[in-house]
Design a binder for this molecule. Structure first.
Ligand code: ZN
Length: 508
């Protein structure tokens, strides 16, 4: 009798403790802090459900899944939880109304039921459950708090821009892509910096730093399988050195001075008057576009074109006309290949214009005039790196939208800027969101901004993320990066946020 009372008391304490608090925060708050992106609606109820090998999971979608999609779902359960529950699939046409990538999940004492719009929505719902689950103490199952989760994507274009520097290993690139997938991005712009092994013009990469073609292709193919569209990038104006300008390195001219006539005299911009430059660039664009599987977008850069039109031939012409002609050439070329060009915005804003004070603008009165003459099928990627607290009102996306363009907002490492730009995209009904990372992706806490925070901001249109004791702590990244590292069987260097635990990269 005494033993029974003790057991009942212990069970009561366990239940009460589990519902009331975990290390000083409520259970609901703790669960919310473990989820990124946050679901649109989350209700937590008293009690728990244990998913194990004997469980059945009910899944309905708006139209039948293919056999390979069903196998992929079973594989997700094995990969996430080492479990093979019975999966019961059904169709419900009403699920088509759940919103973009939308789903409703009910976890009750009777089991887990997922209503998803389609296969893509189902995968997104399962990603949330992966973060939601707790490993069963001393058992093989997964414990879920009883809950109802309703979710859908606020922005339909959620991209992240990744550079492949000579210093980037393919294993790290794979990790970035998998992290993008993990946090529900659905586009990834991958920009090789002097490392792509071009067959048409092998001289357009550092001879000793070309990436392995097969390994790179595998990553591109992985994107497609994961529901992410890989977008190639090659700048066709500035950044022609394919190197950071402060480094003084040049992927082409250092080894091939015979190609100087396709660049402006300072070697940063390609020459817009050179027919040879135009022909080579089209070859490079074609090759990259094909390598990435001919996706519907191609990013042609065109930012920070500091020395554009400075050669003797260009400077005799109208810079705005040259600029428009150059962009239009590549726009038409890409349209003929079935793709829309994406360009960075900054040359299209006059840096002296007081309307853009405090915002990124690299152009002149002449180059800004080009905006009115550009084809409206160009997507403008508006990169604004300030924080919302710095008076960065982000007026520029609206400016481009009103000029008739599809606009991607592109934050960098300011958390407030990430949220504010995503909110701007949602409020202004813009084309989407493209997180930039640049060289700051190497190690340190910015992973929380680039992947976790940005993924949430893009999915939820900048809605404030969950706050709390663990929300801004590096601890939340541990299970998430462990999931990704485990999925890809990452080496020590590629696991986590840094190449090593003890390095300068952690503090800068
Ligand atoms: Zn020139």
């Amino acid at each position: 009798m005494r033993k029974t009372v003790c057991l009942l008391f212990a069970a009561f304490c366990f239940a009460a403790g589990a519902l009331a608090a975990v290390a000083g925060v409520s259970v609901e708050s703790f669960i919310r802090q473990r989820l990124s992106p946050q679901p649109k609606e989350l209700e937590i109820f008293e009690g728990m459900y244990v998913l194990d090998g004997d469980s059945a999971v009910h899944i309905s979608v708006s139209s039948p899944l293919s056999d390979s999609q069903k196998l992929a779902v079973a594989d997700i359960f094995r990969r996430y939880w080492r479990l093979s529950p019975a999966l019961e699939f059904s169709e419900d046409a009403a699920n088509a109304n759940l919103g973009p990538e939308g789903s409703e999940t009910e976890i009750s004492s009777g089991g887990i039921k997922i209503r998803a719009r389609d296969f893509s929505a189902l995968r997104q719902a399962l990603k949330t459950l992966r973060q939601f689950a707790e490993a069963e103490r001393d058992g093989p199952g997964q414990v879920f708090a009883l809950a109802k989760i309703r979710d859908f994507a606020s922005l339909e274009f959620r991209g992240i821009h990744l550079c492949v520097f000579p210093e980037t290993t393919l294993e790290e690139l794979e990790k970035y892509v998998r992290l993008a997938e993990y946090y529900k991005f659905n586009y990834v712009v991958i920009e090789p910096w002097g490392v792509f092994p071009f067959e048409s013009h092998p001289e357009f990469a550092y001879a000793d730093r070309k990436i392995d073609r097969k390994g790179f292709k595998k990553i591109i193919d992985y994107c497609r399988g994961a529901g992410i569209v890989p977008i190639p990038q090659l700048s066709v104006l500035g950044h022609g050195s394919q190197s950071r300008h402060l480094s003084g390195k040049h992927a082409v001219l250092a080894a091939h001075p015979e190609l100087a006539n396709i660049y402006e005299p300072l070697g940063w911009c390609y020459c817009m008057s050179s027919e040879r430059a135009g022909k080579i660039l089209k070859d490079l664009v074609s090759e990259l576009h094909e390598f990435y599987g001919n996706p519907p977008y191609f990013h042609i850069g065109c930012d920070e074109a500091y020395d554009m039109a400075t050669c003797y031939k260009c400077r005799a012409q109208n810079p705005a006309s040259l600029f428009v002609g150059h962009l239009d050439k590549f726009r038409k070329f890409l349209r003929s290949r079935g793709a829309r060009p994406i360009i960075w915005h900054d040359m299209l804003l006059d840096r002296e214009d007081p309307r853009w004070a405090g915002e990124v603008a690299s152009g002149t009165r002449d180059t800004a005039k080009a905006l009115g003459a550009l084809g409206k099928d160009i997507v403008i990627a508006d990169w604004q790196y300030g924080g919302a607290e710095n008076g960065g009102g982000f007026n520029t996306p609206k400016h481009f939208k009103e000029a008739g363009f599809d606009v991607l907002v592109c934050p960098w490492e300011s958390d407030s800027g990430i949220s504010a730009l995503a909110k701007t995209a949602k409020d202004e009904k813009l084309f989407g969101f493209l997180q930039t990372t640049w060289h700051h992706i190497y190690g340190n806490k910015r992973y929380a901004s680039f992947f976790r925070r940005a993924g949430d901001a893009a999915w939820n249109g900048g809605r404030p993320p969950a706050g709390g004791k663990f929300a801004d702590s590096a601890l939340t990244l541990i299970p998430e990066l462990s999931h990704v590292a485990g999925d890809m069987k990452a080496s020590y260097s590629a696991a986590g946020t840094s190449l090593s635990q003890i390095s300068k990269s952690i503090s800068d």
